[in-house]
Design a protein around this ligand. Sequence first.
Ligand SMILES: NC(=O)c1ccc[n+]([C@@H]2O[C@H](COP(=O)([O-])OP(=O)(O)OC[C@H]3O[C@@H](n4cnc5c(N)ncnc54)[C@H](OP(=O)(O)O)[C@@H]3O)[C@@H](O)[C@H]2O)c1
Length: 255
Amino acid sequence: MTARRSDMTHMARNSRRHFLQSTTAISIAALLGSLPLAALAQTAAPAKMKIGIIGSGRAGSAIGGAWVRAGHEVMFSSLNLEADKKLAASLGPNARAGTSREAVAFGSVVLVAVPYSAMPAVGKDIGDLVKGKVIIDASNPIVARDGDMAVAAREKGAGITSAEYLPGARIVRAFNAIGAARMGEAATKSERIGMPMAGDDANAISVASALVRDVGYEPVLVGTLAAMSKYLVPGTALGGERSPEEVRKVAATLK
Ligand SMILES: NC(=O)c1ccc[n+]([C@@H]2O[C@H](COP(=O)([O-])OP(=O)(O)OC[C@H]3O[C@@H](n4cnc5c(N)ncnc54)[C@H](OP(=O)(O)O)[C@@H]3O)[C@@H](O)[C@H]2O)c1
């Protein structure tokens, strides 16, 4: 690690510690409104992180592949280990395949990208392993695909619902409403694309923000899971791609 990187990490840790101490006295919702969001969003992730992926379909393989290309170590998992082995082989030595439980154990961060109707099964499978784990939740309740459970999840908010399946996890909603086909290529684009994110845990937000930045998006924290996660699904005002400034403008109208 270079001295500059080390200083940045130290500063980031201090600001995170300060944030965590402050949250005992002030509600997170109030704090998020006045946080130096840019500081959180610009926090650097360790150069090489270990990331587990649950669901290696269109979204999971695109985001995971982009993280591999950014220098991270990624373990892919799904219901098809053989397919994941092939995917990992195609991405090189920083990619590997395993079961969902192995992916959670492997990653200091876990991306969950499964059809929302699979969340109860995922919760049964890995629920006992996720306490305290940073989980980036890209999974969306889509009524046409996931049925009635998606209606309830959209009403309650996807992040809040995911937290019920993944107890004690430090969940950050991200990558929810940008097409998978674009996820792998954002890093090569010169235009700035804002990634709306919601979460409750400052450290998890900071780690997820760095990983969002690593694949070419500009993280935009729009609020807590309770306040904003119902908007981080396709078909809402925050769906689709827009500049970071436009994401902030739209998010402000939803508060
Ligand atoms: N596609 C997009 O553009 C996009 C963008 C943003 C967010 N999302 C969201 O991301 C999620 C995944 O979408 P997708 O398009 O990537 O779907 P997909 O291509 O159908 O992939 C779904 C993945 O989840 C795996 N899976 C299903 N049940 C599982 C379980 N119980 N345990 C572990 N893995 C399981 C599948 O494994 P098998 O293949 O082995 O069945 C597959 O790897 C959805 O909630 C979607 O709304 C998608």
